[in-house]
Design a protein around this ligand. Structure first.
Ligand code: ADP
Ligand code: MG
Length: 356
C-alpha cells in the first residue's frame, strides 16, 4: 500500500543551521498491517508520519502510495489525504463545532456526502467509540480521552485506507489512556491499516503486527513484536525496550524530607501509569525505613519500573553490608507474607527488594 524509499528530511533553522531529522528511511506498509513506531524522543517519529501524508515536505526519496509517487509535481495531494486519516496527540478538534458537526464536516465538504447520510454514519461511528450520548455537546465539555475518541471517529468518517496516529495517548491523564487504546485495539481487530507512534510498550507489543524501532533518523530495527521485544538483534533496540525507569533517594539520617519522597513516588507512579501502586509503595517505604531497616543509615532507596514487563519494585541498598539486614522476627515474617522479598548481595553492598 505504501512504499517508502530513501526518505530524508532536513530542516533549515532561522539561524542558518540545518538539522537532518530523517536520514534514510525505507519501509513497506501492507494493507491490514498494524505498525507501531517506537523510539527515543527527537528521533524523527512525528516527522516521518507528517512526511507520509505530506504535512511536511520531504527533502529526498520517494513515497509510493497505491503505485504512485506522491512527491512528484502535480500529484493530487487532496486525493491522497482522503486515503489517510491522522490522529494527533492534541486532538485538533474544531472547538466551535459540536461533536457531531466535527465528524460530518469533512465528509460533507470533501466527499460531498449529503447531510442526512453523513449524520447517520457519524452516529454509527460515535457508537463505535462509545460517544453517542455526547453527539451534541462541544469539545470543551469533554475529557481528553473522550476528545481523542471523537478525533478517531472523525478520522474514520472519511473511510481512510490507513490511519496514522501520533502519540494518541501521551497528552492524556493516565486514567484515560485505556479507553483510547481499547478503541484502537478494536480497529486493529477489524483489520484497519494503522501506523501508530506510541510510548506504550505493552500496548505496542499486544496490538501490532510489526514494530519499527526508530533511532537517529532511520528505522534502526524492524520486526515482529516478538523479535523487537524479546529477541532484538541490535543493542540499542535491546536497551530501549528493556529500559527501566528509576526514582532514587539517598537516606542518610532520620530527618530526611518524607513528604518530598511521598510526592516523588506519587508523581513517578502517575507518569508510568502505575498510580494504583503508589499507596503500597508509600506504605512499604515507611515500614522499611522506620521499622525493619531503622538502624541502617545511610541507605539508597529506589523505586524502579520496567515498562515492558510491568515489574515494579522498591529496593533498599546498604553499602558495605555482606548479609541481609532484615531481622528474623514476626514483623518481617508478616512482611514476607504480604510481598515478595528478594535479598541479594551486590558489588557495593546488600539490597533488599520488594516486588509490588
Ligand atoms: P519524535 O517525534 O521522534 O520525538 P520529531 O520528528 O518530532 O521527533 O523531531 C525530530 C527532530 O526534528 C527534533 O530534534 C526536532 O527539534 C526537529 N524538528 C521537528 N520539526 C522541526 C521544524 N519544523 N523545524 C526544525 N526542526 C524541527
Ligand atoms: Mg513526536
Amino acid at each position: 500500500m505504501i512504499s517508502i524509499r530513501h526518505l530524508s528530511k532536513t530542516f533549515h533553522n532561522p539561524d542558518g543551521s540545518t538539522v537532518t531529522v530523517l536520514k534514510d528511511v525505507n519501509c513497506e506498509i501492507r494493507k491490514g498491517e498494524v505498525i507501531s513506531i517506537i523510539g527515543p524522543s527527537g528521533t524523527g517519529k512525528s516527522t516521518l508520519l507528517r512526511a507520509i501524508n505530506m504535512l511536511e515536505q520531504p527533502t529526498g526519496g520517494e513515497i509510493i502510495v497505491d503505485g504512485e509517487n506522491i512527491m512528484q509535481k502535480g500529484y493530487r495531494l487532496d486525493l491522497m489525504r482522503r486515503k489517510m486519516g491522522m490522529v494527533f496527540q492534541n486532538f485538533n478538534l474544531f472547538e466551535h463545532k459540536t461533536v457531531l458537526e466535527n465528524i460530518i464536516f469533512a465528509p460533507m465538504e470533501l466527499l460531498h456526502t449529503d447531510e442526512k447520510q453523513a449524520r447517520e454514519e457519524a452516529m454509527e461511528l460515535l457508537k463505535k467509540v462509545g460517544m453517542v450520548q455526547k453527539a451534541d455537546v462541544y469539545p470543551s465539555s469533554l475529557s481528553g480521552g473522550q476528545k481523542q475518541r471523537v478525533a478517531i471517529a472523525r478520522a474514520l468518517a472519511m473511510h481512510p485506507e490507513v490511519i496514522l496516529f501520533d502519540e494518541p495517548t501521551s497528552a492524556l491523564d493516565p486514567t484515560m489512556v485505556g479507553e483510547v487504546l481499547s478503541v484502537i485495539r478494536h480497529l486493529a481487530k477489524e483489520g484497519m491499516t494503522m501506523l501508530i507512534v506510541t510510548h506504550e510498550m505493552r500496548f505496542a507489543r499486544d496490538v501490532s503486527t510489526r514494530i519499527f524501532f526508530m533511532n537517529e533518523g532511520i528505522i534502526y530495527e524492524d520486526g515482529s513484536p516478538q523479535q523487537i521485544f524479546e529477541h532484538p538483534v541490535r543493542s540499542a533496540t535491546k536497551a530501549f525496550v528493556n529500559r527501566i525507569q528509576k526514582l532514587v533517594y539517598e537516606i542518610d539520617s532520620d530527618d530526611f524530607d518524607f513528604l518530598q519522597i511521598r510526592t516523588g513516588i506519587n508523581q513517578f507512579c502517575v507518569k508510568y501509569n502505575i498510580a494504583s501502586k503508589a499507596e503500597q509503595a508509600y506504605s512499604l517505604m515507611e515500614e522499611m525505613l522506620f521499622s525493619h531497616m531503622r538502624q541502617y543509615r545511610p541507605l539508597t532507596l529506589r523505586l524502579t519500573h520496567a515498562e515492558l514487563s510491568g515489574e515494579t519494585a522498591l529496593d533498599f541498598m546498604v553499602e558495605g553490608l555482606k548479609e541481609s539486614p532484615l531481622p528474623d522476627n514476626d514483623a518481617v515474617k508478616d512482611l514476607r507474607a504480604r510481598v515478595k522479598v528478594v535479598e541479594e548481595p551486590t558489588v557495593r553492598g546488600f539490597r533488599v527488594k520488594l516486588l509490588l
